[in-house]
Write a protein that binds this ligand. Sequence first.
Ligand code: IVH
Length: 672
Amino acid sequence: MAAPTKIKKRIEALREQINYHNYRYYVLDDPEIPDAEFDRIMRELQDLEQDYPDLITTDSPTQRIGAEPLKKFSEVKHEIPMLSLANAFSDSEVEDFDRRARERLDVKSIEYAAEPKLDGLAISLMYEDGILVRGATRGDGWTGEDVTQNVRTIDAIPLRLRGKGYPKILEVRGEVIITKAGFEQLNDMQRERNTKLFANPRNAAAGSLRQLDPRVTASRPLSFFGYGLGKVTNVKLPGRHSKIMALLQEWGIPVNTEAHVVKGAEGCLDYYHQMQAKRNSLAYDIDGIVYKVDRFDWQEQLGFVARAPRWALAHKFPAQEEMTLLQAIDVQVGRTGALTPVARLEPVHVGGVTVSNATLHNQDEIDRLDARVGDTVIVRRAGDVIPQVVGVVMSRRKGRPRRYRLPDTCPVCGTHTVRLPGEAVTYCAGGLYCPAQRKQAIKHFASRRAMDIEGLGDKLVDQLVDAGLIETVADVYALEAKQLAGLERMGEKSATKLIRAIEKSKHTALARFLYALGIHNVGETTAQSLANYFGTLENIMKADEDDLMTVPDIGPVVAKSITSFFSQKHNREVVSKLLQAGIAWPKIKVKADAELPLKGRTIVVTGTLASMTRDEAKAAVQMLGGKASGSVSSKTDYVVVGENPGSKADKAESLGVEILDEGSFLKLLGKK
Ligand code: IVH
């Protein structure tokens, strides 16, 4: 069917709109319409092209992916070689560069175009009559690979130039990159699929562009910045690099908006230090600054040496990755009992500091890297991020070192370690007994929502443990005022006050006590469910995993945490000492289902209630067998709305969840 003119016009108009909005988004970094609207326009174009396939052109924005996978890339000869840059690592090298250029040109002062050195992959884009006809990698500078069909999938690269006045043949050179966020997103995806992670954004960009199947490239969040020209047919172009960049931008090529024209070595160095400070806040990785003599006639006069121009210099930031020897793997036990393997490294200068330790996170990470003691590893320290081992240089592995396994017993207290199914972290099961966990455990025990011992704060716990006055939470109840009085910032009066608070905390509730024990995965809600369901501590300690899993909301992971905790002799001893010290709670009558009118119901309270606090409301719900939750979802049964409710009330409304006012809530609780 021949397409009516009206359709042709509409298709043209849609393409123009899409190109315009891409330009706003990628080049100006200033989108005008929301993504959803953009998608709508794109869909309309796709639908029309599907009905009228004759009207599809290769530069249509719908045609970014389309080509079949290649067997191999073909070669591309660069008519004008893609050179590299001379590097500088210090201020004085930059001063020398500027001095030599001034001497050669016999001028007093030079203006430089200074711009970030992007850490990606160099690429050449060939436009003929404004249409993208070829994309090629740099390769060895003279011969690269034809990656046209991959380059076409990168949304930031226009398939057709904007405006007019561009040369008949225009070769744009620049860098294909992946943003830091795109890198994280890509590695999350790789992790989900259980495939290899990329060590850094540069590898991710390079690996993504060199894919034989363009659909793979299309799925990767790549971007592009132009930084120069290659072959250009005869037209009169401006005589300065900075002006050319502005023109490229008008034609729809993204160029770096951080670029600046600066004066002399001093201007270069100022810019360098500014960008170094800004480096971590940029959306993409940069590994230095490139200074280019701005005037083209001066560039020409300066010419080239070997493979690098005399008119440009790459001033590198301190490297963020270095190689070094993995001397040993030690294990640290954190305050939660988590075992963290730490790489002990031969000291190496990276990211501006000397690094001799780096985290290896957990067993999975060690397995993924296949890091073994004696290996040469790559250490990365980006910005303020703690140093990481990102790879092993396998070709340098000597002999057959043993695989590393985290120990079966805690290096601090000797208790066995556990790794729960589905979790990456290995924990020491020592709990309250393990000195590494002791301080944290005591702080948690004393906290407001646990035993609520007023005055027993973090600093005091540190002092008490350091002074050897307490070892476990049970020792808290053996403290005497005269022991305390000697401590820093502790007078007689506050000592007495604290002893009184400790006494007072003995009258508690089973749920609070359970929560206070700091069992992994047992938060307040789980503690309350356990108390309601089993009624006594004895029953809970006796329960096996199957018994525990009959409690609503307790799954295998939580059940295992609980049995693992109570299976430890030390933990049982601490518990019995606490009970001997006089900790007690009101008896709980285990209720029959008939007495649990809210069983199976999930209730969220938002805003301020007049008759009770939010915590009291929560407790009341739990007493009746219901679940008090903090967030509204389609699984929520009621949302109780008090004064000044937050967005939860709106969410409830949009999800169609029943909303209760305070009066109806009290009725539900049987209080009215
Ligand atoms: S200009 C004559 N500008 O650095 C060479 N290069 O070491 C002109 N690079 O392969 C290159 N950001 O991939 C230039 N703003 C920038 C750059 C940049 C990154 C890369 C480029 C080149 C390498 C040279």
